[in-house]
Design a protein around this ligand. Structure first.
Ligand code: FAD
Length: 399
């Protein structure tokens, strides 16, 4: 099958890229290859559904640049296409005086990044916004919202097909080779796809797909599972919107928090435990290949040596509900174990360098003519329309 552009991966980043290519160059033959029977089956469909406002990211980073603008574009996309969403706002709460300097730094970053409406508030205002939350100081971020990213992705897919593109489901990419005429042949479980341009948006498998095409990415994907509880219906009025802690700046995780979902349910979590399978959503999920890949990687052991104490705490919270409840009580003292029921999990594709450093920012590279998205962690769903635009410009050689 002959194409102009093949995009591997029907998560939100791949779909946003395809949509943007077709918007810029209508008539190009664009095909998204997705191995699962539906789009958004992995990170995109198992995330927290927050439209982030751009608070956390180092000013000047790709995350900072694309999140604020991406959120704006996403919200107007949702309005235009009738995708349910809610700009409910969020509080970031310093539970103790010791957390105030980090909260102040977040405020500074938020202002530098142009986050709309962000203000520092005291305990009284906090109680007006979130009556059950406790803290000595907080940030109120009124522009943060919620959405179901699987619904957004299905809308992107619908628009791609309406514009003449294809989203081929159930097509697992197994190899990438270069034909005599320099075009690429993407081998899949449903046959070969020929194309002049290729984009790898393979999420949890992006490093392996890069290697299929002959690239040697510096970082390896190490999967971290985030496990959630949710509030039982009778406890849902303990939380109005989104309540977040002050994150530990050493890690790209935001700490356990409360998130109102667009369905009305309240999600609590996540923690961050090493997953023994890249797409392993259960505590017992295991893949020998994925586990070996992690355990034979020196970067993993360097990370573990540095942060074993934090890792052990996360595992303990995974196994012990009481420990999870204690972490949540820092933000919401009234929460009890009986308010929580199991709420599912998501797996993050964390790019890790061989020196043990976590790759923090988005990483999109071109290697031998193929574009690879090698790190697209949160807030990539929020920023998808901006990231898609950036990749589309690379595909069309405009950047
Ligand atoms: C627990 C959790 C919470 C998060 N919360 C938020 C949030 O609130 N807000 C936010 O903005 N971001 C959030 N994120 C981050 C966000 O979900 C991701 O940044 C985003 O979904 C990445 O999209 P993607 O398209 O790169 O990856 P994915 O959604 O993982 O898509 C990759 C796709 O590639 C496919 N694929 C892989 N290998 C192959 C192959 N060989 N052949 C064909 N297809 C293949 C996969 O099946 C998959 O569908 C969260 C992430 C997690 C894990």
């Amino acid at each position: 099958m002959s194409n102009d552009v093949v995009i591997i991966g029907g998560g939100i980043v791949g779909l946003a890229t395809a949509l943007n290519v077709l918007e810029r160059k209508p008539g190009l033959k664009v095909c998204v290859l997705e191995k699962e029977p539906g789009v958004a089956a992995h990170q995109t469909g198992n995330n927290s559904g927050v439209i982030h406002s751009g608070l956390y990211y180092k000013p000047g980073s790709a995350k900072a640049k694309t999140c604020v603008e991406g959120a704006k574009r996403l919200i107007s996309f949702c309005r235009r296409h009738g995708v349910p969403h809610d700009i409910c706002g969020k509080v970031v709460v310093a539970a103790s005086v010791a957390e105030i300097p980090a909260l102040t730094e977040l405020f500074r970053r938020g202002v530098a990044n142009g986050v709309p409406g962000i203000v520092e508030i005291g305990p009284e205002r906090l109680r007006e916004i979130e009556p059950r939350a406790a803290g000595v100081k907080a940030l109120w971020v009124p522009g943060t919202g919620i959405v179901d990213y699987a619904v957004v992705s299905r809308k992107y897919a619908e628009l791609i097909e309406r514009a003449g593109g294809r989203v081929k489901l159930g097509a697992r990419v197994t190899g990438i080779r270069t034909a005599h005429d320099g075009r690429r042949v993407i081998e899949t479980t449903v046959g070969p796809f020929e194309t002049s341009r290729v984009v790898n948006c393979g999420g949890l498998h992006s490093d392996r797909i890069a290697r299929m095409s002959g690239a040697r990415p510096e970082a390896k994907i190490v999967p971290f599972r985030g496990e959630y509880y949710k509030l039982v219906p009778s406890a849902q009025d303990l939380v109005k919107g989104l309540i977040y802690p002050v994150p530990d700046p050493r890690f790209p995780f935001l700490g356990v928090h409360f998130t109102r979902l667009i369905s009305g349910e309240i999600e609590c979590g996540p923690n961050a435990v090493l997953a023994l399978k890249r797409e392993g959503y259960g505590k017992m999920s295991f893949s020998a290949r994925d586990t070996a890949d992690t355990f034979f990687y020196p970067g993993f052991w360097r990370l573990a040596a540095k942060h074993w104490r934090m890792g052990a705490g996360e595992v303990w919270r995974s196994l012990n509900k009481a420990a999870f409840v204690r972490a949540l009580q820092k933000l919401l003292p009234d929460i009890r174990a009986e308010h929580l029921e199991y709420g599912g999990a998501g797996v993050r594709a964390q790019a890790l360098l061989s020196n043990g450093a976590l790759v923090d920012d988005f990483n999109i590279v071109r290697d031998d003519g193929v574009i690879h998205v090698l790190n697209a962690p949160s807030p990539a769903a929020t920023a998808s329309l901006c990231i898609g635009e950036q990749i589309a410009a690379m595909v069309l050689n405009e950047a």
